[in-house]
Design a protein around this ligand. Structure first.
Ligand code: TZP
Ligand code: MG
Length: 200
């Protein structure tokens, strides 16, 4: 796969948002879901992943699976998202022909992921977040802006991103964001509408 078209907003959901919040977000127009579950046993995650696949397919949205290549393959997900300590991208590419995204935390990791064929990179956390338990210190805007200039594949900013940040992110050349709490906390429908209006 060469340069897949990625929607500008990725909504990260865990099992507790399935199906209600997930469906509200999809109905409101979200076109890219990442299913990220850190708490449940693998068998449970597989079950939820099948449901997410059904719902995202119904709404014609892209689905990427966090961490688990076997589950991504089993449910025919569009993509997989891997961290620095997950399966190496070289190995994932041998078994999976879909979209591969890699989490990065500095320019070196971003360049390395790009060189190894990542279709997009995640970069962050930009701001403080409680969604990721082991999140690093917030990185702020400066390095993000540099990474967006130096990296050719889509750079997805992540971590504590809320609607009030979208204007600045756009202005610095950031074209993609991933969020959980920015959409899932509060009124999901109006959060999606705000994100779409400000960042599409
Ligand atoms: N990776 C870096 S920050 C983060 C992940 C998965 C959490 C994103 O969630 P939120 O609620 O948008 O900060
Ligand atoms: Mg991971």
């Amino acid at each position: 796969m060469i340069n897949p078209e990625l929607p500008s907003i990725c909504l990260i959901v865990s099992s507790k948002e399935i199906p209600e919040k997930l469906e509200i977000a999809l109905k409101a127009g979200i076109k890219w879901i990442q299913y990220r579950e850190k708490e449940l046993p693998r068998k449970e995650i597989l079950k939820y992943a099948f449901w997410v696949k059904e719902i995202t397919k119904h709404y014609n949205a892209l689905l990427t699976i966090n961490d688990y290549l076997d589950i991504a393959i089993a449910i025919k997900a569009d993509g997989i998202h891997l961290g620095q300590d997950d399966l190496p991208i070289e190995v994932a590419k041998k078994f999976f022909s879909g979209i591969i995204g890699i989490s990065t935390h500095n320019l070196e990791e971003a360049l390395d992921a790009q060189k190894k064929g990542a279709h997009y990179i995640g970069y962050g956390p930009i701001f403080y977040t409680t969604t990721k338990k082991d999140a690093l210190e917030p990185k702020g805007y400066d390095m993000l802006s540099l990474i967006c200039k130096k990296i050719k594949v889509p750079v997805v900013a992540i971590g504590g991103i809320k609607k009030q940040h979208l204007k600045d992110l756009k202005a610095m050349g950031c074209k993609y964001v991933a969020t959980a709490s920015g959409i899932l906390v509060g009124d999901v429908k109006s959060n999606v509408e705000n994100f779409l209006e400000l960042f599409q």
